[in-house]
Each structure stands twice: as C-alpha cells, then as structure tokens.
Design a protein around this ligand. Structure first.
Ligand code: NAD
Length: 493
C-alpha cells in the first residue's frame, strides 16, 4: 500500500500558533504593516503578476488588471481606511436588571486560519481573503490552486519578502497537500472551489468543530427582457458578452452560465450578439488577444464534450470551433439546448452560452426557482414590476440589474453564496467579520443590586422580575407604587 507523503508543515503550524498566542498578529500596527506590505507587493511586482496571469490563463494585462490587480489595490486602500474603526469596540446595553453596568462588543481574531483558493482568478481569490484574515489579526496559511502554477509559485516565492513570514505562509500543492492541511486543527477554513471539494472540507472541519466559509459555484443565469430601445439592447448585449466571454473566457464563478429570453426576442438577439462579438473579438476570435485560454487540457476536454454531446450539437448557432494545442474555444452560443443535457445540468465554466427561450419573461422566475440557488443572478429589464418580483421571489448570492459581475468589485457588498452556491461572505467589512469573533464584554458596578434578583423566590419577586425586564425604570417605579398594572395584567400591591 502506498504510504502517505508527509509534507512536514506541522512544526511550522505549531510555531505559528505559538506566535499567535503571544499576540504577534493582534496589534493594529502589525495588521497595517502587513496590508501595506501587500500594497508594496502589488506595486513592485505588478508586471510579474500580470505575466503570471498571462502564463496561466492567457489573460490580457488589461483584463488581469481590471479583474485582479486593480480590485486588490482598491480593496487594500478601503480596508486601510476603515480598519481602525472596524477594530474598535462598540458600546452595547445591558438589561435594567444589571443596574450600573456597561457593555461592549469587542472584535477579536479567530487564531490560525486556512485559506484555499481556486485557479480562475488565482490572485484575487487568494489575496482578497488574505486581506480580510490579516485585517482581523489572524495568522494565515494560504494554499493557492496548483492549477495556476505560475501564480501559485509567484505568491509562494515573493510574498515572504513583503509579509511577516513567521505568521503568514503560502503552502503550494494539490489535493494531497490540501488533504493533509485539512487534517490539522484550524480556527477557521475559508474555501473557494467546487462543491465536491467543499464537502470534503466541511467533513474535515467537523472533526474539530472548525467554522468554515464555502465560496462555491453553480449555474448563474441572466434574464434578458426584450428592452424597448435598440440602444438599451446594445448596452445590455455588450455587458452580457464581456461577462460571458471577456471575463476569464467564462471560467468564472459569478460569470454568466446561461441566458433566458422571450421566444419572440431570440432571433433579434442572435443577430445583435453576432455583430457585437465581431466588434469585441474580431472576424477571427482565435487570433484575438482579448479572450483568455482554458486553464488546462482536462477542462478543455470537459468543455469539448459538452459541445460534442449529441443532444447539444444541433443547438449550436454560433461558434463551436476549438484549438486543443492552444487551449482555445471559440465563444459559442447555443439556442435552446435540451434541458436534460449536461450543458444545462452542470456548471459550464467556459465560453459557451446557452440561450433558453420562454413564452413570457416572467416564467424565468419559476425556471430559476426550480434549480439550485445560484451564486449570482443578472436581470436586464426596465420593468419595475418584474424587478420587484425578482428581488422578492428569487434567491441567490447576489442579484444585479442591468449589468453583471460589478458586485464583485464592491467593498460595500457581501460576496458569497446561498444554498448550494456556498455560505459565508466576504469583501470589505464582511471579510473582517468573517475572520473575527465578536466577544461580548460586560462590566458591573459593586454598588447596587435589585434585591428581587436573588432567592429565596416568591411570586412577588417574579412580578418584579417581569417588570424589571420588560418596563423602563419609570414604568417599574409606577408598578411598584401601584400606579400602573404590570404586563401580567395586575399590579403588585
Ligand atoms: P477545486 O474544488 O477543485 O479546488 C479548490 C481548492 O481545493 C484548490 O486549492 C485545490 O488544490 C484544493 N483541493 C482539490 N481537491 C482537494 C482535496 N481532495 N482535498 C483538499 N483540497 C483539495 O475547485 P477549482 O477547480 O479550483 O474551482 C472551480 C470551482 O470553484 C467552480 O465550481 C467554481 O464555480 C468555484 N469557484 C467559486 C468561487 C467563488 O468565489 N464562489 C470562485 C472561483 C471558483
């Protein structure tokens, strides 16, 4: 039997725990210096980062800056601008029974936390949670995805120069390293990846009652209402195409998986899409430098199989060509593929856009609700009644009207899933909260006490307790004086 490889990080982890216990990561000055270290890393290593993203995924530097480096720079300055306020304790009130007292809610770090990231946005999905973990004062192990090796080794080799390597470490590796990391005891596991591995993470976390955040995927729909003006349709189609094909070539958890439109609008939409795709990616998209490449052969073949599915072949209305040597798949549109086909039951994660037509756009609510709750949903409409129904009758991690993926760049919105798309949230203050424990701290004076708080008990004390818990001081005085009835309907005299 093959024996399990020991990656020998247990001693490192013990040392990190020890440093954490001694308070190394808790001071505001340490947190600020690490966040500034990340700023410095992004500034000094920007070219290397953009090159690594090009190497792993063929992302154009403009796309890589928009979706990864730029977002992180913005995020870091937001966190640095707000950290002092987030770290401060917030006053709270105790019940009147605790006369002469004060209370506060004190944020404290969780301890030693583990961050797993995914390959499709290898920088932002590694560093965005890392920012939150550092801001909240934790020691962190980051395990990037082995499927984006250039980014993974850049992080592992370069971050130690910019960060406190005694309590922040990058451990590279694949599932075997991941499994061994999961055997350790953590104070929090933050996981971005597939629901299959998410389940493995959760069952490992159960052993130590470790809290987890699972950032998973799924099928994110767009609903495109037949907008009345042609310029509005053009704006909508432009935004849809850039999200589907110009956002890591559709390999994005919050990218568009499939679109729903009304039957009568389908042919007009197809024409518009073809014209606008030409503008974005040229006559021959294979030569365009604005479409990222598929991450590896395994995923290329997975996508090829989706398109070669006999159920789906006749639905291809645009694109469909591919180049295995260059891991390129042409932006492809399918019209009404069978709902039981793999392309409509599995997460696509690539540049293939199925368009599903329905008689009425309102039917999309039922269509979406009969499937697992998505990480994101996008609705293009000017119909206020439909807008309201979408908000109140559907459930998703996020819901955006008339654009897509902009929620990912917002520091003020929670980012995370619901149901099968995961749980927990991050970005901005939500990241700080995700990696913090809010401790209740209460202090009482020795001076006074309500005598009816203590045994021996009688019904008179019961009434007073009821009044003290449910009335303000003035109400309580009135009841004691017999001028007001207690909540139980009679006075106590
Ligand atoms: P994955 O689950 O295969 O891998 C994620 C991480 O887990 C990687 O670091 C990997 O090395 C590690 N891992 C893999 N197998 C493991 C095992 N057996 N034990 C321990 N660790 C293991 O996912 P992926 O292929 O990197 O990402 C694709 C999925 O992630 C898609 O479903 C996508 O929707 C989702 N995703 C979600 C988000 C989000 O923010 N919600 C972002 C990106 C990707």
């Amino acid at each position: 039997m093959e024996s399990k490889r020991d990656f020998g990080f247990e001693r490192d982890l013990e040392h990190m725990r020890e440093c954490y216990r001694k308070g190394r990561t808790k001071e505001a000055s340490w947190r600020v210096s690490q966040l500034k270290g990340l700023q410095k890393f992004l500034k000094e290593k920007e070219n290397e980062v953009l090159m690594a993203l090009k190497q792993d995924l063929g992302k154009h530097p403009a796309e890589a800056f928009r979706d990864e480096v730029g977002i992180l720079i913005k995020s870091l300055s937001f966190v640095l601008g707000n950290l002092k306020q987030w770290m401060s304790s917030k006053k709270a009130q105790l019940p009147r029974l605790a006369l002469l007292s004060s209370a506060e809610v004190v944020p404290e770090p969780l301890g030693l936390v583990l961050v797993f990231s995914s390959w499709n946005f290898p920088l932002v999905l590694s560093l965005e949670p890392l920012i939150g973990a550092i801001a909240a004062g934790n020691a962190v192990i980051l395990k990037p995805s082995e499927l984006a090796p250039a980014c993974s080794s850049l992080l592992a080799n370069t971050l130690p120069t910019y960060l406190d390597n005694t309590v922040i470490k990058v451990i590279e590796g694949g599932p075997d390293v991941g499994e061994q990391l999961l055997e350790q005891k953590w104070d929090k596991i933050f996981f971005t990846g597939s629901s299959k591995v998410g389940r493995i993470v959760m069952s490992a976390a159960v052993q130590h009652l470790t809290p987890v955040t699972l950032e998973l995927g799924g099928k994110c729909p767009i609903v495109l209402d037949s907008l009345s003006w042609s310029w509005e349709r053009e704006v909508a189609v432009n935004r849809i195409l850039v999200t589907k094909f110009g956002f890591c070539a559709g390999q994005a958890c919050i990218g568009i998986d499939y679109a729903i439109v009304e039957k009568k609008f389908a042919s007009n939409l197809m024409e518009l899409m073809k014209i606008m795709m030409k503008k974005m990616f040229g006559e021959n998209p294979r030569e365009s430098n604005s479409i990222a490449r598929i991450i590896n052969k395994h995923h290329f073949l997975r996508l090829k199989n989706l398109l070669n599915d006999p159920l789906v072949k006749n639905s291809i209305v645009h694109g469909g060509s591919m180049d295995e040597d260059n891991l390129f798949i042409e932006p492809t549109i399918l019209l009404d593929p069978p709902l039981q086909s793999a392309v409509m039951t599995e997460e696509i994660f690539g540049p293939i856009l199925p368009i599903i037509t329905l008689d009425k756009i309102e039917d999309s609510i039922c269509f979406i609700n009969s499937r697992p709750r998505p990480l994101a949903m996008y609705v293009f409409t000017k119909n206020e009644a439909l807008r309201r129904r979408m908000v109140s009758e559907t459930s998703s991690g996020s819901l955006v009207f008339n654009d897509a993926v902009i929620q990912f760049a917002a520091d003020t919105l929670p980012f995370g899933g619901v149901g099968e798309s995961g749980f927990g949230k991050y970005h901005g203050k939500f990241s700080f909260d995700t990696f913090s424990h809010y401790k209740a701290v209460a202090t009482r004076s020795f001076l006074t006490d309500f005598w009816f708080r203590f045994p021996p008990w009688n019904n008179y004390k019961l009434l007073l307790l009821d009044c003290a818990l449910n009335l303000d001081y003035f109400g309580l005085l009135l009841v004691i004086l017999g001028l007001k009835r207690s909540r139980k309907g009679f006075n106590i005299n």
